[in-house]
Design a protein around this ligand. Structure first.
Ligand code: NAP
Length: 452
């Protein structure tokens, strides 16, 4: 019965992933995930002694309450940190289970007359190493995304030495079953998780968060073998594989490769250039923007991190509706790394009930900027920066961008002439066809609506 329930749960999780890949079916995907989790829990309750259920229910009540508290309290802009924090806990869980198994193998049915089975030693060693890297790596990612810690240079040779020592200790542990080797292996992996992520910064963070997501999945899968839990193996593999695929897709979106992202982090970061000389630019008021928008027959809205900060999505939807009533074609263009996590902009626009059919990915809409009247850029900066195409010394060089500069008029909503996440100036602000609308994105959009 337990195996059948696990199988149903695994199918639910696979369906959940499949449905979560499109905005229209994502709610159904979430439901599939919830059902899968319910079947998984049911299977656990059925397979244990009734007297033990209270331990589990108490743990579920404590964990669930903390989960509800965090989910209600966390702001939309802090979601990436929250995801990194949760990954960190998955890594820690994997380390703790591997330690339990190492110290009490008989309880886990992983030992015979000749000691712990070799396959279990491999699973435990790998599970603990990957779990420890995930734990500290995600924790550093959390601190960076929270803004409490900035990148620091760590020579690649240091990381190479630590990685080589981890591999050597892993082999030694598998061959000798040495507990001290297991402990040192885990401590070195904890250090490696931090030293691997510390130098990575700027535009590479999204890839790192998704890579850590993948690690947490593989760690869970490894531990699934130790616990002989088929469902944990399958779910861990699903998380591991989907995280790896997402990392690959994002790297492709930024015209980078995964080794490039991880290994060039070991070289001193190219100093982010932000020009200190004051250059002339055109500044407009809400009334000017309203006039331009009223006369536009097609408008493409480009949301970025600033939209999330100011929570301008509802005002944007209202502006979009007014423009549509005026006969204007309104579309939204989403860059794969706009905001601070994959899908950040899609979630916010969906929250404001922006129709899915109005939302387009970079590849689908980029060539339409050349024929549109207005590109309305709301708190986006790096994802529109032409330096990614024109300046080989730029830290974002090679990243595909939304080509808003090709629109007849570009309206930029932001609070100042300051830089974005990558810390570099944007030449577009000083172009002839650009009008800067300086102010909070939500307040400025509301003022434009009023003026219209
Ligand atoms: P961005 O380059 O960080 O620019 C955001 C802009 O929003 C800033 O220039 C800021 O300018 C403006 N802003 C902030 N608060 C605002 C407010 N209340 N009202 C109006 N404007 C406001 O953002 P992006 O263009 O979305 O690019 C994303 C960047 O983040 C990329 O470099 C990407 O690689 C990186 N990143 C992405 C992810 C991901 O998964 N999506 C994760 C981590 C990092 P002012 O201060 O002048 O207002």
């Amino acid at each position: 019965m337990t195996e059948i329930l696990y199988l149903i749960a695994a199918v639910c999780f696979i369906l959940a992933l499949q449905k979560l890949s499109s905005a229209e079916t994502s709610r159904a995907g979430n439901l599939c995930g919830i059902f899968g989790m319910a079947f998984a829990c049911l299977a656990v309750y059925m397979s244990i002694d009734v007297s033990e259920i209270w331990f589990i229910l108490t743990a579920v009540a404590i964990g669930g309450s903390i989960g509800i508290f965090i989910a209600k309290k966390v702001s939309m802009t802090a979601l990436p940190q929250m995801v990194a924090g949760f990954h960190s806990l998955v890594g820690l869980a994997a380390v703790l289970i591997a330690f339990s198994a190492c110290f009490a193998p008989a309880l886990f049915n992983i030992s015979g007359e000749n000691g712990i089975f070799t396959s279990s030693l491999i699973e435990m060693g790998l599970g603990s190493a990957i779990g420890a890297i995930t734990f500290t790596g995600s924790f550093v990612a959390f601190l960076k995304l929270q803004g409490t810690y900035k990148s620091n240079y760590i020579p690649l040779s240091v990381n190479t030495c630590i990685a080589a020592s981890i591999v050597a200790l892993l082999v030694y542990f598998i061959c000798t079953e040495s507990v001290p080797a297991f402990i040192i292996l885990t401590v070195l992996s904890l250090i490696f998780g931090a030293t691997l992520i510390v130098p990575i910064g700027g535009a590479d963070m999204p890839v790192i968060v998704s890579m850590l997501n993948s690690y947490s999945g593989w760690a869970a899968s490894g531990i699934g073998f130790t616990l002989q839990n088929d469902l944990l193996i399958i779910t861990g593999a699903l998380v591991g594989a989907s995280g790896a695929i997402l990392s690959y897709i994002m790297c492709k979106g930024m015209n980078r490769s995964l080794p490039d992202v991880i290994f060039t982090a070991g070289t001193p970061a190219s100093a982010a250039k932000s020009s200190s000389e004051a250059k002339p630019f055109k500044q407009g008021a809400a009334e000017d923007a309203a006039f331009i928008l009223k006369n536009a027959s097609s408008v493409i809205i480009v949301p970025g991190y600033g939209m999330a900060i100011s929570q301008a999505q509802h005002a944007l939807k209202e502006l979009g509706d007014i423009l549509k009533k005026n006969g204007t074609t309104v579309r939204y263009a989403i860059h794969p790394v706009a905001g601070r996590m994959p899908g950040h902009m899609n979630v916010l626009l969906a929250e404001a009930n922006v129709p899915y059919e109005d939302v387009f990915e970079l590849d689908e809409i980029n060539r339409d900027f050349a024929t549109c009247d207005v590109a309305y850029v709301v708190g986006a900066n790096d994802v529109t920066n032409p330096a990614a195409k024109n300046d080989p010394s730029s830290p974002i060089y090679g990243m595909p961008i939304l080509e808003v500069e090709k629109a007849r008029t570009v309206l930029f909503l932001k609070r100042s002439m300051g830089t974005g996440y990558a810390g570099i100036d944007n030449e577009l602000f000083y172009e002839q066809n650009t009008m800067m609308l300086l102010g909070d994105a939500k307040k400025m959009t509301e003022a434009i609506i009023k003026a219209m």
